[in-house]
Ligand binder design. Structure first.
Ligand code: ZN
Length: 85
């Protein structure tokens, strides 16, 4: 009788862990539609021209950013901008 109780407890514990994982795997993959992708590409391309794409983590940062908002690395900046050493 004790073995039955232990088996039920073990099965219950296993199910408690496995069930959320199985539910997660069943969720459909959300694919971004073309319009969302095009917007992201345009934004990224503009950031590349501005020189606000981080060289370390590749995040696109807002215009006139000097440092990456994600990792804090210094951004390359606008290449046309004249810098004094
Ligand atoms: Zn970064």
């Amino acid at each position: 009788m004790e073995y039955v109780v232990i088996a039920l407890v073990v099965t219950g514990a296993f199910a408690a862990v496995a069930w959320p994982l199985m539910k997660k795997n069943r969720a459909p993959i959300q694919l971004a539609d073309d319009a969302v992708l095009e917007t992201a590409i345009k934004r990224y391309r503009a950031a590349l021209k501005r020189g606000t794409v981080c060289e370390r983590c590749l995040r696109d940062n807002p215009d006139k950013s000097k440092f990456c908002a994600d990792c804090g690395a210094q951004l390359p900046g606008d290449s046309s901008e004249v810098t004094s050493n």
